[in-house]
Design a protein around this ligand. Structure first.
Ligand SMILES: [Zn+2]
Length: 132
């Protein structure tokens, strides 16, 4: 008797491996970016400490802005990396590719553009509207 393929959305092991590889490499890239950004922000801080003496107002304003930019860059990278980590965890659970909001399969085209997506466009928009 033939075993029927009941779950048409189920991915093969090879497909899962491929997705895992893609997610992992993006995760590693983000880790490298994060390290770079940390180094840069440390350099920024050192420069700041070195020439605090004799600063005028405009100068320290610029530095605060630079530091804020560096801080928000670090946050952005960490957020994105967390998304990939989350996507990898869902891949291991076998729930990757399904929306966290409504459990519907996330369109493949969306996953191709946003491999770390864990919700469909509709649920994402609803969540963002609620957060705003
Ligand atoms: Zn959804």
């Amino acid at each position: 008797m033939l075993v029927q393929e009941t779950q048409t959305t189920a991915r093969s092991q090879a497909e899962n491996d491929q997705i895992r590889l893609a997610l992992r490499s993006r995760y590693d890239e983000l880790s490298a970016e994060y390290e770079q950004a940390v180094l840069q922000s440390q350099v920024l801080r050192l420069v700041e400490v070195a020439d605090t003496a004799g600063d005028d107002q405009a100068d320290s304003g610029t530095k605060t802005a630079e530091r804020d930019t560096a801080q928000s860059l670090l946050r952005t990278i960490l957020d994105r990396r967390a998304q990939f980590e989350h996507a990898l965890a869902r891949l291991d659970e076998g729930t990757y590719g399904f929306c966290e909001g409504c459990a519907a399969p996330i369109p493949v085209e969306r996953l191709e553009i946003f491999p770390s997506a864990t919700s469909c466009v509709g649920c994402k928009q609803t969540r963002e509207r609620r957060a705003a």
